[in-house]
Design a protein around this ligand. Sequence first.
Ligand code: ADP
Ligand code: MG
Length: 731
Amino acid sequence: MAVTVFGTSDPLEPSELETASVRYPRPSKLRAELSLEGARARRAAETLGLATVDDLLLHLPRDRREARAVAELVPGDNATVVVQVRSISSRSVRRRGMRPLVEATVADDSGAMTATFFNQPWLEQRYPVGTRLALHGKFEGRKGRRAVGGADANFLVQAHARTSDAVGGEGTVAHYPATEGLTSTQILALVSEHRAALAEVVEPLPAALRARERLPDRASALAEAHFGESSAGIQAARRRLAFDELLLAQLALRRRRLRRRALSSAPVLDHERDLTARWLSSMLPFSLTGDQGRALEAIDQDLARPQPMQRLLMGEVGSGKTVVALHAMLRAVEHGYQAALMAPTETLAEQHFGTLQTLMPGSLVPCGLLTGSTPARRRADLLGKLSSGELPLIVGTHALIEPGVRFARLGVAVVDEQHRFGVRQRAALDAKSSDPTHPDSDPSDPSDPADPGRPHVLHMTATPIPRTLALATYGDLDFTFLRELPAGRRPIETFVCSTSGERERAYERIREELRAGRQAFVVCPLVSESELLQARAATAEFERLRTGELRDFRVALLHGQMAAGAKQAAMSTFAAREADVLVATSVIEVGIDVPNATVMLVEDADRYGISQLHQLRGRIGRGQHESICLLFGSKDSARLRALASSTDGFKLAEIDLELRGEGELVGTRQHGEAQFRVAELPRDADLLELARTYAEDLVAVDPELAAPEHALLAHGLVAAFGAEALAPIPA
Ligand code: ADP
Ligand code: MG
């Protein structure tokens, strides 16, 4: 019998009632691990992130395919049919050893055909006579009156069920994002198999919210998304499921933010002291940009409060983030605290270390460098000085948060480039970076007596991301953007060249620059994923240019297949102006700083993504001369037009996201920022906004999600982000 609970109008079965009352649900059908036959299929499932039945049900079809009538098929067609099994048998065939073969006679109203399945002997049992199947594959032809469906795993089982509704609408079949080893067809079969688990799906959203936003209930939304027939219904279902994901993420972020605020143990760094003032007024070798000035003000306000700063500083390479970071660190030092800057790689740590030296002429404050390759004696010396407090400033890699590293009084921690991590990983990193002082203390427990106080944390990233993505991913942080380039940096002019005349003029323009003593990059087409083919293309272009258009100049070559030493030599040759032109693959994206290079030519630019081209282009425009970027490609390309019209990485990131369009498999997933299965940004930006507002309001009235009507949200939060997502917020 169904009963009404929690003041909602949702009838829940008694068993669900039980689930609703516990915060950590016991294992259920939904939580069961997917069992798959074959190692290849298991690997594929892992690639697709399908570990449990729950994951599977959230793996939604990308679109639907029209089913065709068997009688209509023409040899060579790639088609989907919805049929019933008439007979099925297995045998082995001699083909590179004995391969098991299952042959089924299947039919729809229009006719019959043979479907052949290799290497799936278990199908004989699984699809007894009468089973309805959706099959997708290549149609091979007819033998006599009977059609023959694909040899060698061409016609694969798509779904099976005894009734028509389980394979989707009569005329269409769901098409899933798939990968090698696990086809869309097999995924649909799995989903159909686990359809019964939908009965265990509980409704996490309070009824009032669902009514207000007209959201279908979760179980129906899942059923509709997989098996529905109307596109409006499927769309509504998808939005509902996307909303759930966004809401949980926003709840987690919001709670984390409040929790951090409540940990009121960061040092108050509030007065103007001599050190920072002296540095700003007389030691900094340039004056700050407006954006930098505003960033310093925001940070000063954060540091003057006893709640630990949690600010994200976003600015592209060269926008001057290090100055801002140094200011925050000097603030700590002048108040008698230490400061640390942590970077993800040794190279970056070394670069930061170098930049800090130039920003503090005459070594204003002693600063150390600690990485994995710091020699043991040097390391021991540094650790000693950190724990005694003698060393005020340190730059390093993750070596800084290893156990054994102790600070006497860490006041400010700067963490560079966290953008590659998702919400969950960031939480883990945070737990470390929020309290590197005492690795033995439990940073999640504010009452821990070993907790000496938390540092203020400044996160930095050079990857411009649109605001919607920033909110979805870093909603627990305060943001500061550095969009303005430091004075003296010349904006880059970008042209799209399509015709042969434009190509001619482009080379002429390059020769002019070279004659004036400048240098040029030529970036070769992205021919394939294969490094080897890339390298060949670059080598060919190198040969062509140095005997052709650029024969009067010194041309060097750089590609990913060269030995490390040869790469290094090519880069140094170019940096030392011993070469005028560097012909390269996109390996130059990282790590080249040659201010004298003022031209970049990109072949087949349409093959690169917006952000990649923007990164590439960042190799020029670094000196006092004007720079130009020549993109060879179609004038119709929206991406190339975007690049020609703007050099603002944040704006380009927005355009990039817009252009990716709806339903594309790549999209936000490729960015690596959004960790959603269903939600897609910016398409779901309105849902994100709704989720954010709702999460804020909810946490304001019920921070611990303790009210009965929030119990299932609380449980969803734990399921998605772990128990720490529900850690209490101290009053
Ligand atoms: P980011 O870390 O954002 O890539 P950096 O802080 O390393 O950028 O700064 C890049 C370069 O620009 C450095 O050489 C720095 O000294 C210089 N720079 C930073 N701010 C300014 C400014 N306001 N005016 C002139 N040069 C600046
Ligand atoms: Mg930098």
